[in-house]
Write a protein that binds this ligand. Structure first.
Ligand SMILES: [Zn+2]
Ligand SMILES: [Zn+2]
Ligand SMILES: [Zn+2]
Length: 172
């Protein structure tokens, strides 16, 4: 189901649009897109759910104008360690994407103990590493992208060297 530790649907879950009107159920009640189907990799409204009842889907919530997921729901599917969680209505939630509204405007750099997200540099409240699911996902992708670049350059250099060799031959 997963490769390099990141399930393939996770990136799409973070980047899907939620809480807009479902185009399939424009005239129905409760037509906000507030679920994500892991099997179909798309957001769903409550009216869509009956067609996906045998699929794996998760509920997406709203917290201070941002899309969040119940921490426990995601932990069953992905290692959530290091992602900052927030308490709301008795549950722990995780931001899907970095917050759009940064509440404390550019605090002074005096507080050296202040923790910041490894990826986007947003301030964190505790000793977490990432502000959101998307930041943890992008770290893993960046890591493998760098390995890919390294291998690509390394192989290219070897090929160039091999090509360069015959040029010298007539000199001897
Ligand atoms: Zn589905
Ligand atoms: Zn729908
Ligand atoms: Zn971040």
């Amino acid at each position: 189901m997963s490769y390099v530790g990141i399930p393939p649907w996770l990136n799409e879950m973070c980047n899907s649009i939620y809480f807009s009107t479902c185009i399939m159920h424009q005239d129905a009640k409760k037509n906000d897109l507030d679920h994500f189907c892991i099997d179909c990799r798309r957001s769903l409204c409550s009216n869509c759910l009956s067609a996906h009842m045998h699929h794996n889907y998760v509920k997406i919530r709203r917290y201070v104008y941002n899309d969040v997921i119940n921490r426990q729901d995601l932990c069953n599917l992905f290692n959530c360690s290091g992602i900052q969680s927030y308490h709301t209505n008795g549950a722990k939630v995780l931001f899907l994407k970095p917050r759009t509204h940064q509440h404390h405007q550019q605090q002074k750099l005096s507080n050296l103990k202040e923790r910041r997200c490894t990826i986007c540099n947003r301030t964190l409240q505790n000793n977490s590493l990432y502000c959101s699911v998307a930041c943890k996902v992008s770290l893993v992708y960046n890591f493998f992208w760098q390995i890919y670049i390294y291998i690509y350059l390394h192989v290219k250099r070897r090929k160039l060297r091999r090509k360069a060799a015959p040029l010298r031959a007539p000199m001897f």
